[in-house]
Design a protein around this ligand. Sequence first.
Ligand code: RIB
Ligand code: CA
Length: 325
Amino acid sequence: MGKKVILDVDTGTDDAIALMLAALSPDLELLGACSVGGNRALSYTTENTLRVLEYINSPATTYRGCEWPMVASLPKWRRPMLPFTSEHEEAKNVHTDYVPMPQATRKVGDKHAVTWLVDTLMASDGDVTIIPVGPQTNIGMALRMEPRIAEKIEQIVFMGGAHAVGNTTPTSEFNIWMDPEAAKIVADSGVKIVAVPVNATHAAYVTMDECDEIEALGTPAAIKAAEMIRQRIRGYMEWQPLDVPFAAPVHDPLAVCAVINPDVLKDVRHVFYDVDFSGGASDGQTIFDVCERYKHEAKNAYVALDADRELFVKMLKEILALEIK
Ligand code: RIB
Ligand code: CA
């Protein structure tokens, strides 16, 4: 059996592909998926997670998690874009309310995602990797509910954060911006952390031509992944065009690929990592101390500032070519 993983997702288009990689890869054992509010409201992200796993015949269960950030949305001035609706630029273009798969017939698991996370981790041998690719609310809540889970998590490999260039504010990336307090709890947890920020995911962009190559694989996962990446490319060209035309970052699958083969991450630094939850102009900023200004602070995270794009696309094609019969 492969490396045990749990995905925490706000299923949108890139989360959907991350889920398919985790479910299809022979190198991973997907123990379950936890939904969280983010790209869309929780009802959508939960339904989308159910749809994806059902569509590819994955046996993994979806557990419904937290709708709202721990505290960030309480003062209205602090998160004016919430509740997150399709009016927001990214939501309108890069994601769709529902992923392009049939409505789910499956139901969510019988526990809240936070309870399931705590129960599963406490019963484990300490060999579980958590892959959060949305706001980290569920993980932060689980760490507050039962701090001892920190000794039971092998590593947290998250998609999120930005070093110098944000995608939601000038200094913050969406997943961290949505729930900075949760991200701070994770940062301080003592668990081994690998951060996959937009610096890496933007380096690992996928092109329209590569969508055609992926679609030509002909499997259900490949055909849907190509459709969703094309959606992302169209959305990014309207919202935040890359320097490369007809291309878009596909953030979340890179975190899954990093667990399968760490070589897909480049320029990985071991740093002191912190999160700004001050509510000020840089609220939600991830601080990766690459210049070691805080010499007295312990280095608590590995951060990838680049990625091997060719290896990433190769891994996408290899895994999306698989099926669960
Ligand atoms: O900033 C990119 C991240 O925010 C991705 O995980 C995307 O799915 C959204 O959650
Ligand atoms: Ca996501």
